[in-house]
Design a protein around this ligand. Structure first.
Ligand code: DP6
Length: 397
């Protein structure tokens, strides 16, 4: 195919990440610059991923468009999406200016199509994987030479946590100090291969009503929490050093303690905000109780909970303790979806996990599905396109 009808396409998948040191607070809302550094574990794309195709063609007319899970998204008014597109186009323009033989893709309308392999209703923040996939797919379409670290600066402007989804394994987002945000980027702390036996069990808890959005909640905290300044200035910087060391040394107990402390510190500054912000509910607290019980029984820390801006629990543990942790949850919650798939199939129900009756009943009533997964790699370029050769979106399944 040649000339004006040619459709240029590139597709990628990108992972979800769950922070163990939380990002909560912006020092610059326009550039999405954080008040503190954060650190996350990238989750396997076998369980959770965003799949995006970026395409452009002279035959496309009108404004850039995005179809997400089969629905047209309004992106013209989204400052964040526009910021990402503008940055990526300008990098392509620089390439085209240097090499006159390159097709002028920067001038063409973009058609973006994206789909998640998990239901949005699962209550998992999909924006991190979504923006990471969007940035990676367009960067590949434009054949940009930028590294994942450099691209993370762009993804960060879409959604802060998205910058950490451009890499696999254990990823830090360095807050940086520059006003223009050029040093606020993600960096790999350790690849998946360093600690591949890290597992994550997500307990999906349905919320009665939608909580405060991260963006709004963070602003309330920055403006009103009396505890937040100490967290930003002292607590997080110290924990970042400690947890990076624990990851390098594969010291699970330290990793687990800091993960739980930091989740609690984040929810404490939420509660200390005015009006107070509550994300955890009784089901979340029952999950916390189950983790504490498993650790007490083991006589050491073999699992760690962490909670984001919602009631879902994410529990980290090592593969060798699958039976003591995931096995107990499987015996409590045998019939809910999520135990299928590579990670879940390895889990046998463990009837011997003692848990007090109240927590047991609360978990049974409140957990609607599990996602049994582990640490995984960064975005992957794939040949499965969501836009066909003629430029039409492939119908959503
Ligand atoms: C609690 O990245 O969704 O999950 O930058 O406003 O899009 P925006 O916020 P977002 O916030 C994530 C908050 C968190 C903690 C974390 O992932 O570090």
């Amino acid at each position: 195919m040649s000339g004006s009808s040619q459709v240029y396409r590139s597709s990628t998948t990108a992972p979800v990440n769950i922070a163990v040191i939380k990002y909560w607070g912006k020092r610059d809302t326009a550039l999405n610059l954080p008040t503190n550094s954060s650190l996350s574990v990238t989750l396997s794309q076998k369980s959770l991923r965003a799949h995006t195709t970026a395409s452009c063609s002279e035959s496309f007319s009108g404004p850039d468009s995005l179809i997400l899970n089969g629905e047209k998204e309004e992106i013209q008014s989204s400052k964040r999406t526009q910021a990402c597109l503008k940055n990526l186009r300008s990098l392509r323009e620089q390439l085209e200016a240097k090499d006159g033989s390159l097709p002028k893709l920067s001038k063409l309308t973009l058609r973006l199509v994206s789909a998640n392999n998990f239901p949005t209703a699962a209550g998992l923040a999909s924006s991190a994987a979504g923006f990471a996939a969007l940035v990676r797919a367009i960067a590949d379409l434009y054949e940009l030479p930028q590294s994942p670290e450099e691209l993370s600066i762009i993804a960060r402007q879409g959604s802060g946590s998205a910058c950490r989804s451009l890499m696999g394994g254990f990823v830090a987002w360095r807050a940086g100090t520059k006003e223009d945000g050029s040093d606020s980027l993600a960096e790999e702390v350790a690849p998946v291969s360093h600690w591949p036996d890290m597992r994550a069990l997500v307990l999906v808890v349905s919320a009665e009503k939608k909580g405060v959005s991260s963006t709004a909640g963070m602003q309330t905290t920055v403006e009103t929490s009396t505890l937040a300044p100490a967290r930003f200035k002292e607590i997080v910087p110290r924990r970042m050093k400690e947890i990076e060391k624990a990851i390098h040394e594969k010291d699970f107990e330290t990793f687990a303690r800091i993960t739980m402390q930091d989740s609690n510190s984040f929810h404490a500054i939420c509660l200390d905000s005015w009006p107070p912000i509550h994300y955890m509910n009784d089901v979340s607290r029952a999950a916390m109780n189950a983790v504490e019980t498993a650790n007490r029984k083991a006589g050491k820390l073999i699992c760690a909970y962490t909670f984001d801006a919602g009631p879902n629990a994410v529990i980290y543990y090592l593969e060798e303790h699958t039976h003591q942790i995931a096995g107990v949850f499987r015996s409590i919650l045998p019939r809910i979806p999520g135990w299928e798939g590579e990670f879940g199939e390895a889990v046998r129900p463990n009837e011997f996990g003692s848990l007090e009756q109240k927590s047991l009943m609360t978990l049974k009533a409140g957990v609607s599905r599990v996602i049994c997964t582990g640490v995984g790699g960064g975005p992957e370029k794939i040949e499965e396109h969501l836009v066909d050769e003629k430029g039409n979106a492939v119908p959503h399944e």
